[in-house]
Write a protein that binds this ligand. Sequence first.
Ligand SMILES: CCc1ncnc2c1ncn2[C@@H]1O[C@H](/C=C/CNC(=O)c2cc(-c3ccc(F)cc3)cc(O)c2O)[C@@H](O)[C@H]1O
Ligand SMILES: [Mg+2]
Length: 214
Amino acid sequence: QFVSLRQRILSAVQKNATRGDPRSVIRAIDQFCSQKEWAMNVGNEKGCILDSVVSEVNPATVLELGTYCGYSTVRIASLLPPYAKFITLEFNPDFAAVARQVIAWAGLEDKVQLVEGASSDWIPKIKEQFGIKTFDLVFLDHWKEHYLSDTKLMEECGLLRKGSVLLADNVICPGAPDYVEYVRSSPRYKSHYFRSHLEYTKAEENLWYLGIIE
Ligand SMILES: CCc1ncnc2c1ncn2[C@@H]1O[C@H](/C=C/CNC(=O)c2cc(-c3ccc(F)cc3)cc(O)c2O)[C@@H](O)[C@H]1O
Ligand SMILES: [Mg+2]
């Protein structure tokens, strides 16, 4: 019967990756998506940039918007210090179910809190529900038209501080022009981008790095 792409990604992990080995989970998904079927994981080229930002920020608190199949969740969680708090928001129950199994296969289920629901509903509740004051790092990779509204919402909820870093995928393709326009014209952000390519292709893509300066 019909097997969804997310199920085929999960099967590729369970078949080719070693339980408890995050790098083998990442490699299995990248091999599947470059050899068999494209999927919208951040991919290895942008993933290496993500890794370097996570390592540099060495965050005690991380928020990911848009878990999808958990590829970037595994990349980030595998680099966090033991005391870190990592929340990832996903509103599609089918993707959340696959992501939970991918994260568990990597042996990282104790490092990540996957919360099922819409970012706009959950961002206002994070402080009291999870005892988090501010986020050191936010990775935006959900619907692109939510980047700006969710960034403004995080500001309003006092979840961002001087020094917080926001990293946004896909500012070129599919693109988040209103978000880029807003953060570039705001004095409270210092921003730059890392040149890269769209996952598993040769198309131009950037990761947008945003530092909160006030
Ligand atoms: C309510 C807010 C809210 N709250 C919680 N979870 C939410 C949410 N809004 C969305 N989600 C979940 O996040 C993920 C969506 C991710 C959306 N990502 C792309 O569209 C994308 C596209 C391309 C590309 C496609 C086709 C091309 F030709 C080229 C490029 C490449 C990329 O890297 C991309 O990230 C899914 O799991 C949603 O369920
Ligand atoms: Mg993306």
